[in-house]
Design a protein around this ligand. Structure first.
Ligand code: FAD
Ligand code: EPU
Length: 347
């Protein structure tokens, strides 16, 4: 039963279903749930956490999470809103967006205003506040390529800290917020450095093909956005229709020697050389080769167009999806000797 608790004028819901707050559509409850849109509200919630001595989790759009059980603490949805231009120079425009802004609406805003850089990251679900957490990336662009700074509210000292590029330690689907600072505070806003004069990124194979197919004579941020949206719609399941959290695993990177060994055994293997002489493997290909694509175990499944995406066809539990991911990990390791690492945050 959901109960409403009023704690120093904040509404805190009790025993609250998270089904509509995660794109997998997993039906678990949080012991407590609240939304914060200002620092004052956040301070009240921190007092509540201290009083109750309970764990907490920050929630954005819930598009990179898998809930495997009820959450016995407080779920705090970051709802800070607002977008503003904070400064500009000859080449750049610096735009600050608050954590609770929807990511793709923010990208649309940038594209509408011809602020270039984020168009390749169109249609990624979730909110601005989570964009630095795993340094979101797609179609040859990563968030770090257009990151300027962010504001982080450190819960231990209850103060706002500014983080520049170096402080964030961005890597492939990684940052300091997934490591040392995991569970230590909330990202309140992110400022992006966007280009006044676009530099189009079309090297990623499928973008090139899509733009050619669109018959575009002159590139613009709008046409890149259209191409990206069209590719994504053709490959990735829409979470409104089939529950999922995008790529379930990261693409693994391996040494040159390991790559040579695999290439000899599997000449068709899909791999991409990295600047540090290592190779990134397409995890989707590895999983596909193990015969998982389109497989279904109850309501948990592997998407039929993209083996890297696990899906919930309706009433799968988080545990069932997790167990399926474990089986996939084992079979990829048995066939290729490659260890897959989950991208999705498991709770
Ligand atoms: P949530 O899932 O709510 O949270 C993710 C993590 O960040 C959690 O650990 C949470 O505690 C933490 N967190 C969230 N907000 C804050 C905050 N304000 N302060 C501190 N911690 C916070 N990702 C890509 O990189 N590239 C893709 O191409 C891509 N495609 C996707 C396609 C689909 C169909 C789906 C469903 C997902 C895809 N994703 C992709 C994954 C996902 O969209 C991103 O990781 C996104 O940034 C998650 O945002 P969110 O707001 O939903 O975060
Ligand atoms: N492939 C297969 N079978 C499959 C799936 C993929 O053979 O079932 C092959 C494809 O043919 C292609 C290669 O694997 O040669 C790569 O596939 P794709 O271009 O679809 O990209 P991906 O590596 O599977 C990554 C990101 C996506 C991002 C796209 C586009 C990771 C973990 N995933 O997917 O990010 O949108 O590239 O840049 O890096 C996410 O993180 O949630 C996500 C969706």
């Amino acid at each position: 039963m959901i109960e409403l608790l009023i704690f120093e004028s904040m509404e805190i819901k009790e025993n609250y279903s998270l089904k509509s707050f995660n794109t997998f559509g997993i039906n678990v409850d949080a012991k407590y749930f609240t939304q914060v849109a200002s620092l004052e509200e956040l301070e009240v919630v921190l007092d509540f956490i201290e009083a109750k001595k309970i764990p907490f989790l920050i929630l954005g759009g819930g598009s990179n999470l898998l809930f495997t059980k009820d959450f016995d603490g407080i779920m705090i949805k970051a709802d800070f809103k607002g977008i503003k231009i904070v400064k500009e120079d000859q080449q750049h425009i610096f735009v600050k967006a608050e954590a609770g802004e929807n990511w793709d609406e923010f990208v649309q805003f940038c594209v509408d205003n011809n602020f270039a850089g984020l168009e390749n990251l169109s249609l990624i679900p979730g909110n601005v506040g989570a964009s630095p957490i795993q340094n979101i990336g797609a179609y040859g662009v990563e968030l770090k390529d257009h990151f300027f700074e962010l504001e982080f509210f450190d819960f231990a000292i209850r103060s706002v800290q500014k983080f520049g590029m170096k402080d964030c330690a961005f890597g492939y689907r990684n940052s300091v917020f997934k490591n040392e600072l995991k569970g230590k505070g909330m990202i309140l806003s992110v400022t992006y450095r966007l280009n006044k004069h676009p530099e189009f990124k079309t090297e990623y194979g499928t973008i090139k093909d899509e733009i050619e197919a669109m018959g575009v004579s002159e590139l613009s941020v709008k046409t890149i956005r259209q191409a990206v949206i069209s590719i994504r719609r053709s490959k990735l399941p829409d979470p409104e229709i089939i529950g999922n959290a995008g790529s379930f695993f990261k693409n693994p990177t391996i040494s040159m020697e390991e790559h040579r060994r695999l290439k000899n055994k599997f000449p068709e293997i899909v791999s991409f050389p990295q600047s540090d002489r290592r190779f990134k493997l397409a995890a989707g290909w590895l999983i596909d080769q193990c015969g998982w694509k389109g497989k279904r175990v109850g309501d948990a499944g592997v998407h039929e167009n993209q083996a890297l995406v696990l899906v919930n066809y309706g009433n799968a539990s988080g545990k069932e999806i997790y167990d399926l991911s474990e089986e996939i990990k084992i079979s990829v390791f048995d066939k290729f000797g490659v260890e897959l690492e989950r991208e999705v945050n498991i709770l």
